[in-house]
Ligand binder design. Structure first.
Ligand SMILES: C[S@@+](CC[C@H](N)C(=O)[O-])C[C@H]1O[C@@H](n2cnc3c(N)ncnc32)[C@H](O)[C@@H]1O
Length: 226
């Protein structure tokens, strides 16, 4: 499964989607071609990717079903469009950028569902969401180009209190395991090998902890099987 397919899979048929960091507009092309939504607002903070996106949309005769906005994340976005999204997607960005985008999200947009795919530090993202009123509803783990990705579907809840989550949950999530056991185990081995190969556990306490957790999980699994 590639990244765009994974994002599309998490989106139910709807009126409008915001794609923050839309780059070449591939998500909007896929969503609109599959008739998963009526309109996509593509947002990018760089002129060039946005222009390439527009060119691609023209090629597929889909430009009229999109609005393409040069903007820094969601900052004051409600001044540039009155459309309300069912989903806000932030994919292919780093955790720091995703968090800074969520921090500037207008209150009126907080009823949307958020689809988040970070390429770095998914544990930091999960923890931030947990501490800032977001609830993770669903996750999808998949491999693309020999790399593991975890996409998060989250929503904001005014009344939500922090969960009693632990490091294990922040590193690996809690939903993936039930959804795809095979990928789950592969993912644990993938991270274990990566940490050991690069000696990350020797230099960085976060990876030391991560390795301990992975070993615990794998030995638990072995015990259950015997
Ligand atoms: C690696 S591409 C990701 C493309 C696509 N979303 C995906 O998942 O494959 C990241 C895009 O996000 C844009 N971007 C980075 N920071 C941004 C921000 N603060 N606001 C809007 N767009 C941003 C970049 O210009 C780039 O086009």
């Amino acid at each position: 499964m590639n990244r765009i397919d994974a994002l599309v899979k998490l989106i139910d048929r709807c009126q409008c989607v915001f794609d923050v960091g839309s780059d070449h507009a591939l998500l909007s092309i896929s969503l609109l071609s599959k008739r998963k939504c009526q309109h996509v607002i593509n947002i990018d903070n760089k002129r060039q990717p946005l222009q390439i996106g527009i060119k691609n949309l023209k090629k597929y005769h889909l430009l009229s079903k999109t609005t393409n906005i040069l903007n820094n994340g969601l900052k004051q976005i409600t001044k540039k469009t009155t459309l309300k999204p069912s989903y806000i997607v932030c994919s292919g960005l780093g955790t720091k950028t995703i968090i800074s985008i969520l921090k500037t999200c207008d209150k009126n947009l907080l009823s949307s569902k958020f689809i988040l795919l970070t390429h770095k530090d998914v544990d930091v993202l999960r923890k931030w969401l947990d501490f800032h009123g977001f609830v993770i509803k669903k996750e999808l783990t998949f491999v693309d180009n020999m790399k593991f990705y975890q996409v998060i579907l989250a929503s904001f809840s005014e009344s939500k209190s922090k969960t009693k989550a632990n490091s294990y949950y922040y590193f690996f999530g809690q939903y993936n395991k039930q959804i795809c056991l095979d990928s789950w185990e592969k993912m644990l081995h993938f991270y274990k090998n990566k940490i050991i190969r690069n000696n990350l556990h020797v230099y960085n306490s976060k990876y030391k902890k991560m390795l301990l957790i992975i070993n615990m999980q794998l030995s638990k699994k072995n015990k259950n099987e015997n």
